[in-house]
Design a protein around this ligand. Sequence first.
Ligand SMILES: Nc1ncnc2c1ncn2[C@@H]1O[C@H](COP(=O)(O)OP(=O)(O)O)[C@@H](O)[C@H]1O
Ligand SMILES: [Mg+2]
Length: 486
Amino acid sequence: MAENDKYRVLVNILTKIARLTSPEELIEEILEQAVQFMEAERGYVFLQTVSGDIFKAAGVENIEGLKRYSSTIVNRVLSTGEAVLTHDASKSPDLISDSVVLESIRSVIAAPLIVGQDVKGVIYLDSTTRTGLFTNRDLELLKAFAGVASLALSNATKFRELLESYEALRTDFELKSEFVGQSPKIIEIVTLIKKFAPSNLPVLITGESGTGKELAAKMLHKLSMRKGDLVSVNCAAIPSDLLEAELFGYKKGAFTGATQAKKGLFEVADGGTLFLDEISELPIDLQAKLLRALQEHEIRPIGATRPIKVDVRIIAATNRDLKEEIKAGRFREDLYYRINVLRIDMPPLRDRPEDIPLLVSHFIRKYGNDRIKGIERKAIIKLMRYHWPGNIRELENVIARAAVMASSELIRESDIQIEELKTTEVHRGSGRIKTLEEMEREYVLDVLERCGWNKSKAARMLGITLRGLQYKLKRWGVESEKGGDG
Ligand SMILES: Nc1ncnc2c1ncn2[C@@H]1O[C@H](COP(=O)(O)OP(=O)(O)O)[C@@H](O)[C@H]1O
Ligand SMILES: [Mg+2]
């Protein structure tokens, strides 16, 4: 190549490299162009990790059979940050112990990739056949090449970091806008979801009906970056004799009526997530088959002779105590340990009444059609005194109904339709023991009610300070509602 042509090619290469944003793509491109440009036989890019390990990030080999490279030269460039040119490596006394002798490498040229102040890697080119392939001129060019490449590499690294912090922010925002709540319990659950999402390990979500188990599963999948779909199956909703076909599929002619092969949900969820809701309802023989699928990462459709490999992340949910189910012989212990690797326990709504005002606002936005602007404080109090056996699902339904019932832009106490039995009676009936805090909350709200929400008066009657009362109200989330006196 004539010198002039060489420069034109170089400018083109550098422009192209500078535009790439992914570090991996960039490294491949740098190397390919460098090998071509320098007419080398082999080329490698070595990068150094933070902990000092050196790894081969890319390779181009126009000659077969050679495995080694001169690690002495690579290490020297990494430690000195200086480019190296060797005309005949096999004659160079300081390289004699190196692989260059074994592999009869003759010409080597290598330049550092520098990001900021640090040598991050090396571009290394060599030739086995010709001595003196590379010139001093080539060395200068490779240095310039590596310089621009370093800059682009550093930009790409920064770009990636920016992208990652943006992703983290977006994740946070999405979680908070869908997963409403400010109680310590909900904050803990949001943290767990973020932590568990990128893992491929199974997750077991427990909690009463309506506490948000399915919502948690959706968030786990959404934040997982798994390419496939989230496929949900409710083990209680499908008759047990159909469940096997549903989960694992069948071959044509596997049984009477199987006129066509059918894919099972495991296969549909391949590359994604399979959500097994109410897993305690899975018949015991299917539990064995599920266990095998989890252990072997393969399933066998009914009537199939060979198993199929599947890559499925399992999220299971239950509102039962699986330990009890195991004791009763209804649930396999080995399956329990398989699915109970990562665990999320959804708290019942009655244990976190401070989330009620936020949830109510969330559901008003969802069901209020812009007509409903808010809710009366008395209505909120009524909601907070209820024990919510159906949890958030029940609250959602109550607000949806109230939004329709409300005759003004404010939901009033009378629009809220819940059975407001006297709490003690309710719980004597259902056998549930109330916590002291629940009793306290109800009693304090009762007294406030009776004083017409005069907090100073209520505090005096309760024998506590005004600040003490305000603190309690804040903790129960009552304070976040406007209106009333001070
Ligand atoms: N923290 C939350 N914020 C907003 N909506 C929620 C929350 N938890 C649950 N929900 C809603 O409540 C309803 C019931 O939740 P779901 O996940 O189906 O409960 P489960 O599976 O435990 O029975 C769904 O409409 C869900 O979107
Ligand atoms: Mg559910």
